[in-house]
Design a protein. Structure first.
Length: 221
């Protein structure tokens, strides 16, 4: 399914501007519902500037209204972002990010030793010589290289990194790592939502007919 060009910024705009549910926004932007919750609560690691998907041509107001009228409706993107066609040769990295490449390479070598130098080179956009120098610690600036997640550094996307790691793990005959960052958070979120609902009812703000409690993690039938 196509996703907005800037999913987190788009989610921030939808949270601030529409009455769509967190689940609808998460599904449209390809995010975890807890990420949308964090954006709504202003607890995200980075303060985001909202990006209007309507002006970007990715969504229409009519589609947003459909979603607001039906919580179970899933928004359909008007058009996906233009795909950037890769040409032969190394990945282009902005000048401001090039100094971060050694840190990203060191992170992959340390955390995913099954990933080959060729895969790292294509992912980060660097040479085998540089990777080998970092691997055997002969790099001229090795004392100042600190392993950092290449996704956080903006050198690649999480999807690209996951794909490379999964492919390397399969080739090595090992099990690919599983993302457990949100493990155990389900009950905490449900308890928070339940508490807020009970508080609203006690304060006399509950509607005449209280809807059934919504479990954002329950799969649709």
């Amino acid at each position: 399914m196509a996703q907005p060009l800037m999913p987190h910024a788009t989610a921030s705009w939808l949270v601030d501007t529409t009455a769509l549910s967190f689940e609808q926004i998460a599904a449209f932007c390809g995010l975890h519902i807890l990420e949308v919750q964090a954006i709504a609560d202003d607890t995200a690691a980075t303060k985001l500037t909202g990006r209007d998907p309507v002006r970007a041509g990715e969504l229409t107001m009519a589609e947003i209204e459909k979603g607001q009228n039906d919580p179970k409706y899933r928004l359909v993107m008007e058009k996906g972002p233009e795909q950037v066609r890769r040409t032969k040769g190394p990945r282009y990295t902005p000048v401001s990010k090039r100094q971060d490449k050694p840190d990203g390479i060191a992170w992959i070598i340390r955390n995913h030793p099954e990933v080959s130098d060729g895969q790292i080179g294509k992912l980060i956009g660097t040479t085998r010589t540089t990777i080998a120098a970092i691997r055997d610690r002969s790099h001229w600036n090795i004392a100042n290289i600190t392993p950092k997640d290449p996704v956080t550094l903006g050198l690649c996307s999480q999807r690209e990194l996951d794909a490379v790691v999964a492919k390397a793990a399969k080739a090595a005959g090992i099990e690919a790592p599983v993302d457990t960052r949100f493990e155990g958070d389900r009950e905490a979120l449900l308890e928070q939502l339940r508490h807020e609902r009970e508080h609203a009812a006690t304060a006399g703000d509950a509607p005449a007919e209280t809807p059934a409690f919504f479990d954002p993690f329950k799969k649709a039938n």
